[in-house]
Design a protein around this ligand. Structure first.
Ligand SMILES: CC(C)(COP(=O)(O)OP(=O)(O)OC[C@H]1O[C@@H](n2cnc3c(N)ncnc32)[C@H](O)[C@@H]1OP(=O)(O)O)[C@@H](O)C(=O)NCCC(=O)NCCS
Length: 148
């Protein structure tokens, strides 16, 4: 076990979260978006802290009057994968959505992202829609949903 811990993200984490985005194949967040999510009441951010650096993050978005929350971004750095950290991040997000009395969590995933789909399916997410050309490089997406 790595001794990594999960905590809420704070404005001081913006640069570290942004640097992790380099691991996404497409649709990376801008610095402005990251800074916004770390302050917006409708965004809920968790980070994985290992030693003096961050090795993962999750951003959950809610909408005023909405009945579901949306996982907008999840990442664990390659050297920390396979230890259950993403599953723990998603569990935090689901717990928050339950606290907010929401009925489901949704997310989009690339059709070619096998590890992420395996993660979500293991955690009980089911496909509700296909999203042709959803990503900015033209890749197809899937919308997944988990009822809480
Ligand atoms: C997808 C990602 C977040 C998984 O992070 P992780 O911390 O390694 O995942 P976990 O260790 O919590 O895995 C939990 C479960 O997911 C599944 N899983 C995760 N990675 C997998 C892989 N490479 N192959 C198959 N299944 C995988 C397994 O069922 C695993 O459970 P198990 O270890 O008991 O078999 C990570 O690979 C990543 O950051 N990828 C790049 C960014 C990304 O694609 N984000 C998702 C965008 S929607």
């Amino acid at each position: 076990m790595s001794g990594a811990r999960i905590r809420r993200g704070a404005p001081r984490d913006a640069a570290a979260i942004l640097s992790m985005e380099a691991h996404f194949p497409s649709d990376r967040m801008s610095a402005r978006s990251v800074r916004h999510f770390l302050r917006a009441p409708s965004a809920h951010v968790w980070v994985v802290e290992s030693g003096d650096h961050l090795s993962g993050s999750l951003i959950l978005l809610t909408r005023r009057g909405g009945r579901s929350a949306r996982i907008y971004s999840v990442i664990v750095l390659p050297e920390m994968r396979g230890q259950g950290l993403a599953a723990r991040l998603v569990a935090e997000a689901e717990a928050e959505a339950r606290r907010l009395n929401l009925e489901a969590v949704t997310l989009e995933v690339r059709r070619d992202n096998v590890p992420a789909q395996a993660l979500y399916r293991k955690l009980g997410y089911v496909e509700v829609r296909t999203l042709p050309g959803f990503y900015d490089d033209g890749a197809d997406g899937l919308r997944l949903r988990k009822a809480l």
